[in-house]
Design a protein around this ligand. Structure first.
Ligand code: EPS
Length: 404
């Protein structure tokens, strides 16, 4: 239904994002995308690169007069840092590079001592590259700006179908945020006010302290974000085949975010440690809960998914990120030109990017949910899709028997 691809190196000229399959008539302004790009750039613990960049999208195609056309949407985000890297990243051969000997000399800023944890080493071996820059430029999480651009379009589309998506940081290193009694109605309004994007101000102070300590000792940190999507109807995704199950599709999309090592839905791993009687969400009739089939759950341990299908309860997904693999106090590695032990290369980087990861996870969830909406309701235009959705809600309301 919906697909997107990205292109671009971290210190190349620009990032490109192409989203195909969006119906016509979705209202979209570049400021909608820019707002999400700005959220991704924020967060305590980021490095100097985020001071150089102020990501802004150029809408190249697929949108006219503030509405999507149904054609591929191409978006460009220029890298401001490109001006400092033009020679190093030049697509054309530099003087002397035409010869084997010239190439063997390498370019400035060549990376030959791969960083444990990054794609450097596996990529060098797989792609037969002597300079890990040929790998790391694309493996860099800079690419996620292009994902957030595609996700911003999906988010705008979803908002037309009454779906909203937010996230917050639930753990940074070993500091765990307390879960709020009640979620704020607009999660991001509250989370975005915190430099850690957390709802627990006590934990926030300890997280800041932990990041400052890690920075002083040349170390890095990971953490966990929780993404919540509200307003989904029962019935997105399917139980019938492995690749149509929405939980699997969400997990795959989220696991593809750089440095993400785990995804939990609802209770997640905790469910495996409890009895069934404390895990499964009991059911009550609720005439007013139309988008849930006039039924309601007493709890939402399933995180809004059963059998790979949305239940109509909020979707709750947690995403775990390992610590950034570029350490200012480098780990042991090998100088690949001599095969001798050497400390790994030190590149400018972040102490942590967990707050940004939440924004990226929102974008990936928005993409998967937009795809599932298109699959369920079809339509070449937003209006057609909304008509189909209204028909489904009418059926769920019990007023439409479905027999003409
Ligand atoms: C990032 C840009 C990068 C890093 C970070 C994410 O910029 P630079 O490499 O120029 O400092 O800040 O990348 C990584 C953490 C990584 O491991 O590659 C961004 O735009 O998010």
């Amino acid at each position: 239904m919906l697909c997107f691809t990205t292109a671009g190196e971290s210190h190349g000229a620009a990032l490109v994002s192409i989203l195909e399959g969006m119906p016509a008539g979705v209202p979209l302004l570049s400021s909608d995308v820019d707002a999400q790009l700005a959220r991704r750039q924020a967060g305590y613990g980021r490095g100097r690169r985020m001071q150089i960049e102020s990501d802004q999208v150029e809408l190249l195609s697929g949108i006219r007069a503030g509405e999507t056309l149904g054609s591929p949407i191409a978006m460009l985000i220029r890298n401001h840092d490109w001006r400092n890297w033009q020679e190093i990243m030049s697509p054309a051969p530099l003087d002397g590079e035409e010869t084997e000997a010239g190439r063997a000399q390498g370019r400035k800023r060549a990376v030959t001592r791969p960083r444990p944890g990054h794609a450097d080493l596996a990529g060098m071996l797989k792609y037969d590259r002597s300079d890990a820059r040929d790998i790391l430029e694309r493996a860099s999480a800079r690419e996620t700006a292009a994902r957030v651009a595609a996700g911003a379009v999906c988010r705008t589309f979803l908002s037309q179908l009454d779906v909203s998506i937010g996230s917050h940081v639930v753990a940074l290193g070993d500091v765990v945020a307390r879960a709020p009694e009640d979620f704020p109605p607009d999660l991001n309004v509250v989370a975005d006010r915190s430099p850690l994007r957390t709802l627990d101000s006590d934990a926030e102070a300890r997280m800041i302290q932990l990041i400052d300590e890690a920075k002083r000792s040349g170390d890095t940190l990971g953490g966990i974000c929780e993404v919540v999507a509200n307003g989904l109807p029962v019935g997105l995704g399917s139980h019938v085949s492995w690749d149509r199950k929405l939980d699997g599709r969400l997990a795959a999309a989220l696991m593809s975010i750089p440095a993400v090592k785990g995804v939990e839905i609802g209770l997640g791993f905790q469910a495996a440690r409890q009895h069934g009687s404390t895990v499964h969400d009991e059911i009550d009739a609720a005439e007013d809960a139309v988008s849930r089939g006039r039924l309601r759950r007493r709890s939402n341990n399933a995180g809004g998914l059963e059998g790979g299908i949305t239940t109509g309860e909020p979707l709750v997904v947690r995403v775990a990120m390992k610590p950034i693999s570029t350490l200012m106090r480098p780990l042991a590695s090998v100088e690949m030109t001599t095969r001798e032990s050497a400390p790994s290369t030190v590149e400018r980087s972040d102490v942590t990017a967990v707050p940004a990861m939440g924004v990226i996870a929102e974008a990936m969830v928005a993409f998967v949910l937009a795809d599932a909406m298109l699959e369920k309701f079809g339509g070449d235009s937003l209006a057609e899709l909304q008509r189909n959705r209204r028909g489904y809600l009418l059926y769920l309301s019990g007023r439409d028997t479905g027999h003409g």
